[in-house]
Design a protein around this ligand. Structure first.
Ligand SMILES: Nc1ncnc2c1ncn2[C@@H]1O[C@H](COP(=O)(O)OP(=O)(O)OP(=O)(O)O)[C@@H](O)[C@H]1O
Ligand SMILES: [Mg+2]
Length: 324
């Protein structure tokens, strides 16, 4: 008789995985800073939604001339975390601050283009043509976004072919950087909406960027995968784009009423420190409604809390950018 093979008993799962480090299969991307007390000093500033004292965010300086654009990628390989929503609404809020903005739809799903009211089947030229065809210029592809002061480089499913075709190109990682170069002198901010993957398109976006914003849903599983994202950003910085900076990590779909959201937020701050924006974006159906309407929440529901959050994010982002 063959001996019975016993499978080892799996270790017991912790009651609350958020509280148990050992359960997180990936290492945290940063050294954990010493935790400050959550209680503010009696006369200190009130705590913000991230559990840190809320600073006064300065009013941005007015712009007198456009150009010298800062290029920023919205990047997270996890799907549905708010990359596209942040691209549209941060863009629209920066326009309210007098900035001239170009949005780049760099996702073959084309959600950014659809979210601004474009029909994916009625686009003559898209980012795909700009990347792959030498005789197509930026001006041929740029369309108005519907928000005065904000333009769009649209995309549709054609872009998925670029991921494969670019592999054979010389300087394949720098293709987006090359085609965006003429736009730098015209705009103040260029926001690139990445697809949920860390493939060649995302590497192109990171190579073309000065900064990265990482939207992260305030939900436990959203924390997984951030180590890989950080490694990818570090590799691009080391090999392709030494100036690349993480501009910030944005907590999205936050629900301050749940302990879970607050715990995840606390965990984010432990892992990413001051990179976490003080501004968080709360969960509200207004975002889905404004997508259906094909416009930013700042115009669709101008006085809503969601619109205000993105306006505040725009100020916080501007305060962090070096040239501002
Ligand atoms: N703060 C929020 N509250 C509620 N719903 C939101 C919020 N932000 C985004 N959404 C909704 O969540 C869905 C996913 O958002 P979004 O498309 O911005 O994510 P994404 O990261 O771009 O997704 P993908 O990875 O597929 O490109 C959308 O339906 C959007 O309307
Ligand atoms: Mg998206």
């Amino acid at each position: 008789m063959p001996p019975l093979v016993r499978t080892p008993t799996p270790p017991a799962r912790p009651a609350n995985p958020v509280e148990d480090d050992a359960h997180v299969t990936e290492p945290l991307p940063f050294e954990r800073p010493v935790q400050a007390s959550r209680k503010p000093a009696a006369d200190g500033p009130a705590l913000g939604p991230t559990g840190r004292p809320m600073p006064v965010i300065p009013e941005p300086r007015p712009v007198t001339a456009h150009g010298n654009a800062r290029v920023v990628s919205m990047c997270n390989q996890k799907g549905g975390v708010g990359k596209t929503t942040t691209t549209i609404n941060l863009g629209a809020s920066l326009v309210e601050q007098g900035r001239k903005v170009l949005l780049v739809d760099f996702d073959p799903q084309g959600s950014l283009s659809v979210g601004l009211g474009l029909n994916p089947h009625e686009m003559d030229l898209t980012v795909y043509n700009l990347l792959m065809e030498r005789d197509v210029t930026l001006d041929d592809v740029v369309v108005p976004s519907g928000v005065p002061g904000m333009d769009l480089l649209p995309s549709n499913i054609d872009l998925s072919a670029a991921e494969v075709q670019l592999v054979h190109e010389v300087a394949r990682e720098q293709t987006l950087q090359r085609v965006l170069a003429p736009a730098l002198a015209e705009y103040d901010v260029i926001l690139i909406d990445c697809q949920p993957s860390l493939g060649l398109l995302t590497v192109n976006a990171l190579t073309a960027s000065h900064g990265v914003i990482v939207p992260l849903e305030c939900e436990y599983f959203a924390l997984r995968g951030v180590a890989l994202l950080k490694t990818t950003i570090d590799k691009v910085k080391e090999r392709l784009n030494p100036g690349l900076e993480i501009d910030g990590v944005l907590g999205t779909m936050f629900d301050g009423r749940t302990l879970h959201s607050r715990e995840v937020m606390e965990r984010l701050v432990q892992a990413w420190g001051d990179k976490v924006f003080h501004t968080v974006i709360r969960r509200t159906v207004k975002f889905s409604d404004s997508t259906v309407a094909g416009e930013p929440i700042t115009t669709y529901a101008s006085s809503s809390a969601g619109a205000d959050s993105y306006r505040q994010l725009a100020k916080e982002v501007l305060a962090r950018w070096p040239a501002e």
